[in-house]
Design a protein around this ligand. Structure first.
Ligand code: NAD
Length: 449
């Protein structure tokens, strides 16, 4: 019976898929797979989230996602549920897209992955392909297999595990789903490979098939390399400041070399988000466990941390004592196009400024709601939140820019200058037009610029 199921499954074009985790990755993957023609149930153990999703209300901002979700639901291809058991039983393919947060020591907390494996085991009623979408340390696939085998109730039912790391970027996640730079498949059986190829057949890109350990390692290697590039240019920015050179032009000169490339050579206050910081920590930890001291990555992390304090020091150099200085902070999410503030550099910078007893006036086009939650523990009298930028800068001594939202370049800086008490702009992303601002009478500080 199981063999018959397997053969039927291999010849299918569209699949019944269960995506576990309705977060930044899970929801995009669910809606994307539904658009590709599959029937998808997206399950999550956060009931509130599922109740909202059933009402077509998204819990985070991602361009283009809401309409994609609506379309999937309208076409009857996308459902939401908090019943994991039912979701698993009724599906042939299961994507695991739950969170893998960092522990205190930098290693990955795999509790959610393990929990999900046990639920899958209990409800494994027919052959299924189980896909790791979450970013996990190498050898997790082996643990997934071991755990499901150990706890499965029906001992004669088989399954395959696949590692299919996700490379989408928040802010352009929907675009990235349909236009992936590559699809990496870590497989242990040809059957699983054929099924995965069929699932993604309408996406035109390179498919790289490896073993599971290699696929898991590819994801960590990619994020670590990207983080290294960013810390490298940030280190160069410090030298530029010391030498009186311009890091923007240095990056341009480097990026024109095709062996180097332009991407991820943007100096600033450092990287954040739910991927790079935790994934380099995890890779450092994992390498150490395997017997390799990845000191390069430790330095990458250190440079990233220092970049934030360096920026605060630059503001202090200009404003001297920060106590009671009024500082407007524009841009709180870790990058533009998202309201995600997880590990955003803005958090450390704002905490440092609050420690110095500055008064802060925060504005972000999308993440003010999230910021109120993040900073609820801080001395709230020192922080005010604004829905529009011009009220935020009123009477301020400094405007500090931490995220390069496109709309910041369209602001009326003449008006801003007239509203500020002292017109210092601290551009933590080297994003604004320095010359134009200086012509308007602003004092401008960037990073290595
Ligand atoms: P997220 O926090 O936005 O979403 C995770 C979801 O999983 C949450 O909705 C949570 O309620 C749910 N969940 C947790 N435990 C569960 C359980 N036992 N059963 C059912 N649902 C459960 O996280 P995310 O940003 O989507 O990241 C998910 C994974 O993908 C992580 O491993 C992350 O490193 C990786 N990743 C993230 C990105 C990104 O840009 N956010 C990109 C690539 C890879």
């Amino acid at each position: 019976m199981d063999l018959k199921n397997k053969l039927l499954l291999e010849n299918k074009k569209n699949f019944n898929i269960c995506v576990i985790g309705a977060g930044h990755v899970g929801l995009v993957v669910s809606a994307g797979l539904a658009k590709l023609g599959h029937k998808v149930v997206c399950v999550d153990n956060n009931r509130k989230k599922i109740v909202l999703l059933k009402r077509l209300s998204l819990t985070f901002f991602e361009p283009g996602l809401e309409s994609l979700v609506r379309e999937g639901v309208k076409r009857g291809r996308l459902y939401f549920s908090y019943n994991l058991a039912e979701g698993i039983k009724n599906s042939e393919v299961i994507f695991i897209a739950v969170g893998t947060p960092p522990k205190e020591d930098g290693s990955v907390d795999l509790t959610s992955i393990e929990n999900v494996c046990r639920v899958i085991a209990r409800n494994l009623n027919s052959y299924k392909v189980i896909i790791e979408k979450s970013t996990v340390p190498v050898h997790t696939g082996e643990k997934v297999k071991e755990t499901i085998s150990r706890y499965k109730k029906k001992k004669n039912v088989s399954f395959d595990v696949v590692s299919n790391p996700e490379f989408l970027r928040e802010g352009s996640a929907v675009y990235d789903f349909f236009n992936p730079s590559r699809i990496v498949l870590g497989v242990e059986s040809q059957r699983a490979e054929r099924i995965l190829r069929a699932i993604y057949k309408n996406l035109k890109t390179t498919l790289l098939v490896t073993d599971i350990n290699t696929a898991e390692l590819i994801k960590h290697a990619c994020n670590s390399f990207l983080a290294t590039k960013l810390s490298f240019i940030n280190a160069i920015s410090r030298i530029c400041d010391l030498a009186g050179a311009n890091v923007e032009r240095v990056a341009e000169g480097m990026g024109l070399d095709p062996r180097i490339g332009r991407d991820f050579l943007k100096a600033g206050v450092g990287f954040g988000g739910f991927c790079l910081p935790k994934d380099i920590d995890a890779f450092i930890h994992l390498s150490e466990k395997l017997g390799y001291n990845f000191s390069l990555l430790k330095e990458v992390k250190k440079i990233n941390q220092e970049q934030k304090s360096y920026f605060v020091e630059k503001i202090k150099e200009c404003l001297w004592v920060l106590k009671d200085k009024r500082i407007a902070v524009f841009g709180l999410s870790f990058k533009p196009g998202t309201d995600d503030m997880r590990f955003s550099p803005s958090i450390d910078i704002i905490e440092s400024l609050v420690k110095e007893k500055a008064l802060l006036f925060l504005y972000d086009p999308q993440s003010i709601g999230e910021a109120k939650r993040v900073f609820s523990g801080l001395a709230t009298k020192k922080i005010k939140f604004f829905k529009e930028p011009y009220s935020a800068v009123k009477g301020c001594d400094c405007l500090c820019l931490l995220t390069e939202w496109e709309e910041f370049n369209r602001l009326n800086f003449k008006k801003i200058k007239s509203l500020m008490r002292y017109s210092l702009i601290a551009d933590g992303r080297n994003f604004l037009d320095k010359e134009k601002l200086e012509k308007l009478g602003f004092k401008y500080i960037g990073i290595g610029r």
